[in-house]
Design a protein around this ligand. Structure first.
Ligand code: FES
Length: 175
């Protein structure tokens, strides 16, 4: 079973990626009141072939990026901040930039945003609202709740419904 129901949502397990594969952005600080970090490794930290979750941080977790996963036929960018994991739609609603390679910023009100690598628009990881430019505060993108099993590191992403594409994938029974 790759999904379960909770809190009125369908949670889909993230295969082959655990909490310990994610870069922990809470460890990044600088001297500004607004935390700004930039990554030198723009790498597609996506599906891993490391097998079962490992409690030790994996080598992959050293890459200062989010992690792209595909769940319920949706591309979702995951960002770890301490023991919390945020899920946001991978495709920037402005012009399709890949948000999983965006930097994370903590704004003065302590909200966390991802900054799109293409044109620098910022999206709140908790609400999906555009925080910059302020003139586009009416724009938002999808965010997804992420459940973390702190024993195994397993991750599950919540959706209010199954993707129609979920059922179009061929299924093979009784081989
Ligand atoms: S594509 Fe993301 S800000 Fe333009």
């Amino acid at each position: 079973m790759d999904h379960f129901q909770e809190d009125g949502q369908f949670f889909f397990h993230v295969h082959q990626i655990s909490l310990y594969d994610l870069y922990d952005w809470s460890k990044v600080t600088d001297n500004n009141s607004e935390m700004i970090v930039s990554h030198s490794n723009v790498s597609r930290n996506s599906f891993t072939d490391t097998g079962r979750p490992n409690k030790a941080p994996s080598r992959r977790s050293g890459l200062r990026t989010g992690t792209l996963v595909r769940v319920n036929e949706n591309d979702v960018a995951l960002f770890r901040f301490g023991e919390t994991v945020y899920g946001i739609s991978e495709k920037c609603p402005h012009a399709g930039g890949p948000l999983h390679v965006g930097d994370i910023e903590e704004l003065p009100d302590q909200s966390l945003c991802v900054r799109c690598p293409y044109h620098g628009w910022k999206f709140d990881l908790a609400t999906g609202k555009c925080r910059h430019p302020s003139s586009r505060g009416d724009m938002s993108t999808k965010v997804y709740p992420v459940k973390v099993d702190h024993y195994t590191g397993d991750l599950s992403v919540g959706f209010i419904e199954f993707s129609p594409l979920y059922f179009s994938t061929p299924m093979i029974f009784g081989l």
